[in-house]
Design a protein. Structure first.
Length: 367
C-alpha cells in the first residue's frame, strides 16, 4: 500500500455526504447511547495530580507506618514461626491503610472528571451491547482514526511531548539538587534526611508534570476530542429532512416548539399589543389582545398577548398608546384568559362573540 496515493481529504465527514451540523436531537440521542466528547488524557492527568497531592499530604503519616512495618517484621524475621497467619493479617492491614487512601482519591477524581466531561451522570447499556462489526478488522478505518487524522497525529506528538517533559524536568531537578543530596549522604549520613530529599524531588517532578499534563488534557478535550465528536455526528441533508419530519409528528416536540413560541410572544408584550387588532378587557382584572391574519385562509383570531391584574393594566396602557381599540366584555375576557394560551387560535365557541366585535371594528364581516 502506497501512502503517496492517499488523499487525506477522504477522511472528512463532508466527503461522506455529511455536510450538516449535528442537531440537538442527534447529540442528545448520542448522549443517551453513552457517546459523548471525552478526553481520557484529561481524566488521567487529574487522577495523577490529585493522587500526587494525596501522597504529599499523607507522606509523614505513611513514613511512620513504613517504619512500623520495618520494625515489626525485622524483629520477627529470625523466629521460626515468621510465616504464620497473624503476620499475614498484619501485612494486609498495613497494606490497606497505605494504599486505600490514595486509591480512593484516584477513583473519586476519575468519577468526578467523567461526570464533568459528560455534563452529568449518564447511565446507558448501549456500549455493553455486542457489536460484531467491531470484531472484524477494518484496516482503512483503523488507519483513518489512528494515523491519518488530527487525533492520531496529536496522540503521537502528545506521547513524545510527555516523555520529553518528564525527562527534562527530572534532569533539571536532579542536577540542581544533586549537591544537597550528596552532602546529606556523605557528611551527615542521615538516611531519613536523604530519603526526604529524594521524596521532595520526586514530588516536585510529579506535581509539575501533572500540571502540564492537565494543560495537555484540556487542549485534547477542547481542540481534539470535542470537535472530532461533533464531526462524527454530522448529518446528511437527507437525515436532516427525515429528522424534521419525525419532529413534526412528535407531540412532545410540538409542545416544546409551541411553548417556545409562547415564551417569545410573552417576552415581547409591547410589540404584540402594538400589532393587535383589539384588546378585550374584564375591565380591571384581565386583558386579552387579539390579532387576525387575513393572509391565512380559513383562519381565526389568535391571542397575541394576555395578562392579569398589573399586566392587564400594562396591556391596556400599551393599547391606548398605540391606538388599539379596547372593548370591555367581562365573560369573554375571562374565558379567553383562562382557556387560550398566547399564540393559540381562539376556540370555535368564541367565534360568534368575537365576530361581532370585529364587525363593529370594520375588520371583517364573519369568520
Amino acid at each position: 500500500m502506497s501512502f503517496e496515493n492517499i488523499d487525506l481529504q477522504w477522511f472528512a465527514a463532508e466527503d461522506e455526504g455529511r455536510t450538516e451540523e449535528a442537531s440537538e436531537i442527534r447529540i442528545d440521542k448520542a448522549r443517551k447511547e453513552g457517546r459523548v466528547a471525552k478526553s481520557q488524557e484529561l481524566n488521567g492527568a487529574l487522577v495523577m495530580f490529585f493522587g500526587v497531592l494525596a501522597l504529599i499530604l499523607l507522606a509523614p503519616w505513611m513514613l511512620t507506618k513504613f517504619i512500623e512495618i520495618y520494625i515489626f517484621f525485622f524483629s520477627r524475621c529470625t523466629s521460626g514461626n515468621a510465616m504464620n497467619a497473624a503476620n499475614a493479617v498484619v501485612f494486609f492491614n498495613y497494606f490497606a491503610k497505605l494504599v486505600l487512601p490514595v486509591a480512593f482519591t484516584g477513583v473519586i477524581v476519575g468519577i468526578i472528571g467523567n461526570i464533568i466531561q459528560n455534563g452529568g451522570f449518564i447511565f446507558s447499556t448501549k456500549p455493553l451491547e455486542p457489536n460484531f462489526s467491531k470484531v472484524l478488522p477494518h484496516i482503512s478505518e483503523y488507519l483513518k482514526k489512528t494515523v491519518f487524522s488530527r487525533e492520531g497525529l496529536f496522540n503521537v506528538l502528545k506521547s513524545i511531548f510527555k516523555v520529553a517533559v518528564i525527562v527534562w524536568i527530572a534532569f533539571v531537578l536532579i542536577r540542581r539538587k544533586m549537591g544537597e543530596l550528596l552532602f546529606i549522604i556523605h557528611q551527615n549520613g542521615n538516611v531519613l534526611a536523604a530519603v526526604g530529599k529524594i521524596a521532595s524531588i520526586a514530588a516536585t517532578l510529579l506535581v509539575i508534570a501533572s500540571v502540564i499534563f492537565i494543560a495537555v488534557g484540556f487542549f485534547d478535550y477542547f481542540v481534539i476530542q470535542r470537535p472530532s465528536f461533533l464531526e462524527n455526528l454530522k448529518m446528511t441533508k437527507q437525515e436532516v429532512k427525515e429528522e424534521y419530519k419525525e419532529m413534526e409528528g412528535d407531540p412532545e416536540v410540538k409542545n416544546k416548539l409551541k411553548e417556545a413560541q409562547r415564551a417569545l410572544l410573552r417576552s415581547n408584550v409591547p410589540k404584540a399589543v402594538r400589532e393587535s387588532d383589539v384588546v378585550i378587557t374584564n375591565p380591571t382584572h384581565f386583558a386579552v389582545a387579539l390579532k387576525y391574519d387575513v393572509d391565512i385562509p380559513g383562519g381565526a383570531p389568535m391571542v397575541n398577548a394576555k395578562g392579569e391584574d398589573l399586566m392587564a393594566q400594562r396591556i391596556k396602557q400599551l393599547a391606548r398608546e398605540n391606538d388599539v381599540p379596547i372593548v370591555e366584555n367581562r365573560p369573554l375576557a375571562r374565558g379567553l384568559y383562562a382557556e387560550v394560551d398566547v399564540g393559540d387560535i381562539i376556540p370555535e365557541a368564541y367565534f360568534n362573540a368575537i365576530s361581532v366585535i370585529y364587525a363593529q371594528l370594520n375588520k371583517f364581516s364573519k369568520l
